[in-house]
Design a protein around this ligand. Structure first.
Ligand SMILES: Cc1cc2nc3c(=O)[nH]c(=O)nc-3n(C[C@H](O)[C@H](O)[C@H](O)COP(=O)(O)OP(=O)(O)OC[C@H]3O[C@@H](n4cnc5c(N)ncnc54)[C@H](O)[C@@H]3O)c2cc1C
Length: 383
């Protein structure tokens, strides 16, 4: 089966990044979306903590998150059967020893307008689980939300199919080469050819580049662990915000009547089906127990996933400067869900030879900030 002549773009990887850019492009282009697993979303996208916070992450991530909010609040007609965001709030907390870190964070130009400072008593009122002898002050972001990740990801895939896009799962790429002005991918499911290849393979992005004979960008997959535990007996936790240490040593949030805890670990990993390490599970429990009065008797569920970074921890969306038609969409780190709406639109524009959309550019996001050359340069400095 050859699908060659009918395609403009091939997207590799059907996590939220690949699904998002494929959906945006399918409005104007003929697109195939290839996924190696039997279902899309099996890796990072299906393992997140589902947080939307416009003050979480570095400055480029924060801008992309802010630019994503209108889409979350008002997606295209028919995109999802219910709201993509549910109110949660985020509370960045600091002990007395972390006062300087909290001060610097709270005073960032884009953080201050979205937040209010809270003292220990106000923080305790929001989350009575915090230990009085731990919490000194906090920063509260009322607009932080839980993301309905399945609705977002599923919405992109449905939109993509409705626009005539082809999703192929269980696809393994056997060979990938540039032939004339096309990329030709030989897979177990047939041959796919298109002038543009978008690499949205998450932790495997450098491997996909290697298949295509393209130099790596230096993605760094890092494992993060999450566990679900019972809240204290008889305590209703659903209205609590996500509570996160200002230096990101841990976070916890209500999750369907339970509490989700994470040690905010970043353990370097080869690309793989990440599994939780018992030590990280123990650290998650210990860090949250030290900051709260919670006593964990049993871990109900545990999982891990790979958050994939570039050397400077900023995402990349752009054509490779050394390989014609090869487009990278990688390095979303721990923020790939909350930035997906804006990053998908920016990537679709850049892959079509256009500038980033005006509303995203107005928040200071330029094509050069997202260029593969930027990430490669940061990697050289790092080495
Ligand atoms: C514990 C945890 C908590 C997180 N919390 C949040 C959060 O609260 N908010 C937030 O915004 N983000 C969060 N993230 C980060 C977020 O999950 C990721 O940034 C995002 O899912 C990345 O999406 P992706 O599509 O790039 O990667 P993935 O979802 O990993 O998708 C990449 C896909 O490419 C496929 N693939 C790889 N190689 C090939 C190949 N050769 N051929 C075909 N397909 C291939 C893979 O099978 C995979 O499906 C969290 C992540 C973790 C692990």
């Amino acid at each position: 089966m050859t699908q060659s002549s009918s395609l403009d773009v091939i997207v590799v990887g059907a996590g939220v990044a690949g699904a998002g850019v494929a959906a945006e492009l399918s409005r104007t282009h003929r697109v195939a979306l290839l996924e190696r697993e039997s279902r899309p979303g099996y890796h990072a996208t299906g393992r997140s903590a589902a947080l939307y916070s416009a003050i979480y992450g570095g400055d480029l991530i924060r801008a992309l998150s802010r630019a994503s909010r209108p889409f979350f609040l008002s997606p295209p007609q028919g995109f999802a059967e219910s709201a993509l965001l549910r109110p949660r709030g985020s509370l960045f907390v600091a002990s007395a020893a972390q006062a300087a870190a909290l001060e610097a964070f709270a005073n960032l130009d884009d953080v201050a307008p979205l937040t209010r400072r809270v003292d220990a008593a106000q923080a305790l009122a929001m989350c009575p689980l915090l230990r009085q002898d731990y919490i000194a002050q906090g920063v509260y972001e009322p607009e932080a939300s839980d993301i309905e990740v399945d609705l977002l990801h599923g919405g992109y895939l449905r939109w993509f199919r409705a626009n005539g896009g082809t999703l192929a799962c269980d696809v393994s790429i056997e060979a990938c080469e540039r032939v004339g002005d096309h990329w030709r991918l030989r897979t177990g499911g047939g041959v796919f050819e298109a002038p543009v290849l978008i690499n949205a393979a998450g932790a495997w992005a450098d491997e996909v580049a290697a298949l295509a004979g393209v130099a790596p960008i230096g993605v760094e997959p890092k494992r993060r662990t999450a566990v679900l535990v019972d809240p204290p007996a008889g305590v209703a936790v659903d209205s609590w915000p996500l509570v996160i240490d200002v230096e990101e040593q841990f976070y916890f949030k209500p999750d369907a009547g339970l509490l989700l805890l994470s040690p905010a670990d970043e353990t370097p990993s080869a690309p793989c089906d990440a599994q939780p390490d018992e030590m990280d599970v123990a650290i998650a429990v210990d860090r949250v127990e030290q900051a709260t009065t919670l006593q964990v008797r049993r871990v109900r569920h545990r999982w891990a996933g790979l958050r994939t970074f570039t050397a400077d921890r900023k995402p990349v969306a752009g054509f490779d400067e050394t390989a014609e038609g090869f487009f990278w969409l990688v390095g979303q780190g721990g923020y790939g869900i909350q930035t997906a709406p804006a990053l998908s639109r920016v990537a679709a524009a850049l892959a079509s030879g256009l500038a980033p959309p005006d509303d995203v550019a107005a928040l200071g996001v330029a094509a050069a900030d997202l260029a593969p050359a930027r990430a490669r340069a940061a990697r050289r400095v790092d080495a």
